[in-house]
Ligand binder design. Structure first.
Ligand SMILES: [Mg+2]
Length: 442
């Protein structure tokens, strides 16, 4: 129960207007004050405090903001080397353009689209502005990527004089007015469902999933809604005749773990709407890295690759120990004449695996081994997040998946018997087909 504007908010019918924030005293379909139809009502509206905020078609929205002539035109952000769609605006999406779609296919679907090369520096700047506005709401902001974050607004009522739901609605309106782009908000009691909710009614959405409805709501949903269940794992479940989350709800934990290993544990919890992960603000480390300066300068892959491997192992061990993961792999080189080269690549999902860090670093290093002599090599990851989201079991590349499984097994043995007990032998130069997916954004 929450006292707000002289009313006691304990009546589920007392929703509010997302445009003027006026509390509603009736169940009329439009706001009593401004006539807007954007009303929010939910029995748990004033109790929930875990939110996921996601900018709508972020890169495209920034470009449209900066060039008003694009407003009513289909806009695709993408191109680049691999030629895929990073972001499509909603007009382009209506024509069938999707994130990660090859550009030629996108242009088949929507030949009149305006294609713009991504300007990551600009998007990062706008992303930081949005994040600053989030941090004014609560210190508990956990960014997931450039344009989305989890927020925990527990205990902020006194600070704002409003319950979290209203604070978030006001925030969404402020972002539109001050930054010129739109966001979608998901409000729930846990991270999993807050993220599901924010995706529900994009763009300019605000969806609420309460505790009382969670199990029934999930029962109807496809298994792919569960984080970590991608195409490959969904196919495994499909072979077992499982398509809906409701089918998982009927299986007990032991059964699920016997069938699907540690993923079974996650399926058991999340299918029932149980998710105890807390929100970790990213105020400490911005990246985890390791580097080494050579005794004599090195130039050839044969010399550099083993160093990269060893450093990747080091970074991975530190990530695993801290329970975190990173989404961007950063390679650092210092040339003989002290020039620093940094190269980075964003992964589709965060990693803490030595093998993924190494393979990505290797792709970056290959382009730099052009005869230049280096005195220093470093590898690291940034865009740090909670390890709970790292390395979903359905990596597209089968060999990468096998190596990830092997690495997990080695980690378990090391935990049990000590690091020296398990030494790995690697063959360099193999398994380079594990291309990380291009960054995409919704
Ligand atoms: Mg987004």
């Amino acid at each position: 129960m929450f006292a707000f504007m002289g009313l006691l908010v304990n009546n589920p019918d007392h929703g509010f207007c997302r445009d003027c924030l006026t509390l509603q005293r009736t169940v009329a379909p439009r706001c009593e004050a401004c006539g807007s139809p954007r009303l929010l009502r939910h029995p748990e509206l004033y109790r929930l405090h875990i939110a996921h905020v996601d900018c709508d078609a972020f890169y495209a929205a920034v470009e449209k903001r900066d060039d008003p002539t694009l407003r009513d035109r289909p806009v695709i952000i993408g191109g680049g080397k691999r030629g895929v769609v990073s972001t499509a605006c909603y007009i382009a999406r209506i024509r069938g353009v999707r994130s990660a779609m090859p550009m030629f296919k996108a242009l088949e679907a929507c030949p009149e689209a305006v294609v713009i090369k991504p300007n990551m520096e600009k998007y990062a700047r706008v992303g930081r502005q949005v994040r600053e506005m989030m941090r004014a709401l609560t210190p508990l902001v956990e960014p997931l990527s450039i344009d989305e974050a989890f927020l925990d607004l527990a205990g902020t009522e006194k600070l704002h004089g409003l319950p979290p739901a209203l604070v978030l609605a006001r925030f969404a309106a402020d972002v539109e007015r001050d930054i010129g782009i739109t966001v979608s908000v998901g409000l729930s009691y846990c991270k999993f469902l807050a993220k599901v909710a924010s995706d529900f009614r994009k763009p300019r959405g605000f969806s609420v999933i309460g505790e009382a409805e969670a199990v029934d709501f999930l029962a109807e949903q496809p298994v792919t809604l569960i984080w970590g269940v991608g195409k490959a794992f969904a196919a495994t479940l499909e072979r077992d005749g499982i398509r809906r989350i409701g089918q998982l709800q009927r299986l007990d934990r032991a059964d699920l773990m016997r069938r699907y290993g540690t993923m079974g544990d996650r399926l058991h919890s999340l299918s029932r709407g149980i998710d105890h992960r807390t929100i970790h603000p990213d105020h400490e480390a911005k990246s985890v890295s390791a580097e080494t300066t050579f005794d004599t300068d090195l130039a050839t892959p044969a010399e550099l690759v083993p160093v990269l491997r060893a450093l990747s192992e080091k970074v991975s061990a530190r990530l695993k120990k801290a329970g975190i993961a990173g989404r961007t792999v950063v390679l650092k080189l210092k040339t003989q004449d002290f020039r620093i080269r940094t190269r980075n690549r964003q992964l589709g999902d965060p990693t803490r695996l030595a093998d993924r860090i190494f393979q990505t670093g290797l792709q970056l290093l290959e382009k730099e081994t052009d005869g230049t002599k280096y005195r220093l090599l470093g590898i690291g990851v940034s865009d740090l997040t909670d390890a709970g989201r790292a390395d979903p079991p359905d990596l597209v590349d089968v060999r990468a998946r096998k190596r990830a499984l092997a690495e997990g097994a080695i980690d378990m043995l090391r935990e049990k018997f000590g690091r020296a007990a398990v030494e790995t032998g690697y063959t360099f130069g193999k398994g380079r087909n594990a291309h990380p997916p291009e960054p995409v954004d919704d």
